[in-house]
Design a protein around this ligand. Sequence first.
Ligand code: FAD
Length: 331
Amino acid sequence: MTEVIILGELDGNELHSTAGELIAAGRKLADELGTKVSAAIIGEASTEVANEAIFLGADEVYTVSHDLIVQGVSDTYVAALEFICNQMNPSVVLTAKTPIGRSAGPRLAYRLGTGVAQDCINLEGNADTGKVTVTRPVYGGNAMAKFTFSNDATQVAVLRIKAFEPLPIDKERSGSITQINFEMTENQVKSKLVETVKEESEGVKLEEAEVIIGGGRGLGGPESFGQLEELAKLFDSGAVGASRAVCDAGWLDHSYQIGLTGKTVTPNLYITFGISGASQHMAGCSASKNIVAINKDGEANIFKEASFGVVGDWEKVLPSFTATVQELLSS
Ligand code: FAD
């Protein structure tokens, strides 16, 4: 059994938040398969960053830097990962469902002549067979399916963001850091980064929020979302999200949209007001740890997915809900 390699992306000069999640997933898998987990950090990584990956659970760190490696250009990551895989022949490669990871995963799999499992929310390793079984939502999030890789080549899986919790930092952990000598030529880079435009958003990013307050068409108009903001702000890591109906109506920007054609979120708590729970919406949030629904229609689909619910008018429920949360959080 060879190693599990995770793609450690950089965010500026720091380790991307998904690296810790992938290392936790890789650690679990490596322990089950009886092997080690290595983090391949692509880009200019400092020793502090490489050590952080070890403190988060990696046994080994491969650092790969090259002038042609540009953050945001997947060609360069694919080339670097392919180079590492040809040298190390890993049993498993994990990437995150970031813009880079979700593109690099399948492209790498193609180059290695193997398959890829996308949008995974869980992984299990079988020490006897060396096979990995992944769990992923199917049919717009209405069912979970398990898939096991059938060939003996490297198994590539792309993990949904926040499906795994990073392990606590352990500064007593030690591991090795290996600089990989990687050569790359300009003709390996087919795409070019023209411009980076930062999404205007205040506070916590939707994909990273631990608590999301979602609003749907049932709120009646854009002015109601201020009240959801107030509730979201009570939590350390709270953000507002919305259904597509809300974004299509222009009440909120599409960057707030959760669902099949919006963002995929996995908060600890998703509280929805006036959202019907259409399958396309649930496709983006069904892996939330807890869903709480407030809807005036007791038959709304959202109640099938919610752990707790209130059948009622959101305008009556929200003020007392917010007051109670405030009281609980301050006690
Ligand atoms: P509605 O379906 O209109 O539901 C409003 C809800 O509010 C109702 O359940 C109603 O009972 C409740 N309500 C009304 N008044 C009150 C009140 N006073 N108090 C409490 N509750 C009240 N949708 C997404 O969200 N994300 C996607 O990414 C997405 N992608 C799509 C992709 C495709 C290809 C297609 C075809 C559709 C997609 N949709 C998506 C649209 C989706 O099918 C639904 O139309 C949409 O999610 C509905 O949004 P909603 O729940 O806010 O509105």
